[in-house]
Every structure is written in structure tokens, then in C-alpha cells.
Design a protein around this ligand. Structure first.
Ligand code: AMP
Length: 277
């Protein structure tokens, strides 16, 4: 992969990397499309990264379907799919992990200890192996984008990041590989994340800027959906992920909930009062 990436990087086009864990859906493919649209030579990585899963999490049942993923990528004409084995990425004796700081300790990092250490470690490894000029991430995993931004800044990495919009089902549910854990009733209930975010955006549009009131209203949307257990619904500053008191035009609503067997996350940039973001 390093030899191939070096050859691709020496070409005319920028080298674009789309890191994924596979089980590809239209959210992933939107990143591939964006990379191609920007004229990049595209490498897609597919690697279910064990170091970002906690011991009680879904590593063993996480969907793996390399053959059909390759089929989905076929029409995009990507230059390479990098799908290493776990032993290639973490051979015997592997002993160094990247520990991101405060932006990795709240929210998902608090609920999933070690998760962002695994993310930062694998992203740094992928960047080292492929040396992309540009890397494409989804806004869907908002905190992850903040952690990766810090990683790039703090380690002086020569890669530009592109954060791409969240791709949703027609009813608003953000596409996620974990949606396949949902049965029909849970699938229906899972729209509550989007509905709570839309409620928040609507309140801001109508002039509400009190973050606590908005979070409270999001909680009420969840209270009407017994199949979902709200974990958090917060309005944060996108730079440091700290909760805000007053909503500003760049504030982001973040939500996490358990719906049946799946832990789901979603988010929305709220925009200025009276204006859509
Ligand atoms: P994953 O395979 O879940 O690690 O996701 C790989 C990349 O795809 C990450 O940068 C995600 O943020 C992005 N992604 C996942 N779901 C979506 C979505 N619904 N819309 C846009 N990007 C997404």
C-alpha cells in the first residue's frame, strides 16, 4: 500500500483518502463521490479497527462484507481499496497508542473509554501509510472530526480535512452501519434522534437561544418515544465541544441514544436565529 500510495501521490491529482470500517452505505459513498468530484485519486480504507471498540461493544458482530463493499465501490473508479488484516495493522509487539486530549474525554469519549484513542491511533497509521493530501470524514461523527482536527494540528500532519454533510434516510434517520441492528419497530423509533434535532433547529429559528431550554425540549421529544433511551442532548461549541449557555450561529446540537440493541448518535448545526444554517 505504501508503494502504491507513493506512486499515486507522485501523480498530477491530489491523493484522497476515505477511511471507513466497511459495510458501506450512501453516507460512505458520498465521501467517495466528493473525493472524486474534487479530482482526487481516491483510496478507500476498509478496516474494522479493534482498538476503538470497548470490551463490551459490538466488535464481533460489527458487519463485515468486503465483497459487496467492493461491488459498491466499483462504479466510482477508486484507485485502491486498502483492507488490511488486523495483524497487519497491529502485529505482535505493537505498543504505541495516540492519546487525544480534552476533546476526546467528553461525550462519546466519556461513555466509550479509549474509543478516540483507538480512532486517533488508526487514523494516524492510515495517514502514515497512505500520506493523503486530503482526507474525507463525515459530519455524522461530529466529535470524531474534532478529534481528528486536533490530531492533524498537534502532530503537524500535511493533510487537509474535508468534513462532508450527513446523509439521511427520507425520514431523517442518519445512515449508519449500525442501523441494521434495528428491527422494524426500533427502526421507526430511531427517527427520534432527527426529530429532536429538528425541534432544536426549529426553536432556534424561532429565536430561542437558551441552550438549556432547547436541550430540555429535545428531552421532551425523547420522552414521547418509549423505545429510545436518551443518553445526552446537548448544544456545544464546535471548537472545544463544551456546552454553551447561549446558542450561537455555529453551535451544534449533539444527541446520543440507545434504541433497542443499537447506540445511535446524530447532530445538527443549528444556525442563527431566524435563519437556516
Ligand atoms: P464508519 O465506517 O462508520 O467508521 O464511517 C466512515 C466515515 O463515513 C466516517 O467519516 C463517518 O463519519 C462517515 N459517515 C458515516 N455515516 C455517514 C452519513 N450518514 N453521512 C455522512 N458520512 C457518514
Amino acid at each position: 500500500m505504501k508503494d502504491l500510495a507513493r506512486a499515486l501521490g507522485a501523480g498530477q491529482r491530489p491523493l484522497g483518502l476515505v477511511p471507513t470500517m466497511g459495510a458501506l452505505h450512501d453516507g460512505h459513498l458520498s465521501l467517495v463521490r466528493r473525493a472524486g468530484g474534487e479530482g482526487a485519486a481516491v483510496v478507500v480504507s476498509i478496516f474494522v479497527n479493534p482498538t476503538q471498540f470497548g470490551p463490551a461493544e459490538d466488535l464481533s458482530r460489527y458487519p463485515r462484507q468486503l465483497e459487496s463493499d467492493l461491488g459498491l465501490l466499483e462504479p466510482f473508479g477508486v484507485e485502491a481499496v486498502f483492507a488490511p488484516a488486523v495483524e497487519e495493522m497491529y502485529p505482535q509487539g505493537f505498543d504505541t497508542l495516540v492519546e487525544p486530549g480534552s476533546v476526546a474525554r467528553t461525550l462519546e469519549g466519556e461513555r466509550r473509554p479509549g474509543h478516540f484513542r483507538g480512532v486517533a491511533t488508526v487514523v494516524l497509521k492510515l495517514f502514515s501509510i497512505i500520506s493523503p493530501d486530503v482526507a474525507y470524514f463525515g459530519q455524522k461523527d461530529f466529535q470524531q472530526t474534532v478529534v481528528v482536527h486536533r490530531l492533524v494540528q498537534d502532530f503537524n500532519l500535511d493533510v487537509r480535512l474535508r468534513i462532508c454533510p450527513i446523509v439521511r434516510e427520507p425520514d431523517g434517520l442518519a445512515l449508519s452501519s449500525r442501523n441494521r441492528y434495528l428491527d422494524a419497530d426500533d427502526r421507526q423509533a430511531a427517527t427520534v434522534l432527527y426529530r429532536s434535532l429538528e425541534r432544536a433547529r426549529g426553536l432556534v429559528y424561532d429565536g430561542q437561544t437558551d441552550a438549556a431550554r432547547i436541550s430540555g425540549e429535545m428531552g421532551r421529544v425523547f420522552a414521547a418515544e418509549p423505545r429510545a433511551q436518551l443518553d445526552y442532548a446537548l448544544i456545544v461549541d464546535p471548537r472545544n465541544l463544551e456546552p454553551v449557555v447561549q446558542v450561537r450561529s455555529d453551535s451544534v446540537a449533539l444527541v446520543a441514544a440507545q434504541v433497542g440493541p443499537a447506540r445511535l448518535i446524530d447532530n445538527m448545526i443549528l444556525g442563527a436565529p431566524g435563519r437556516n444554517p
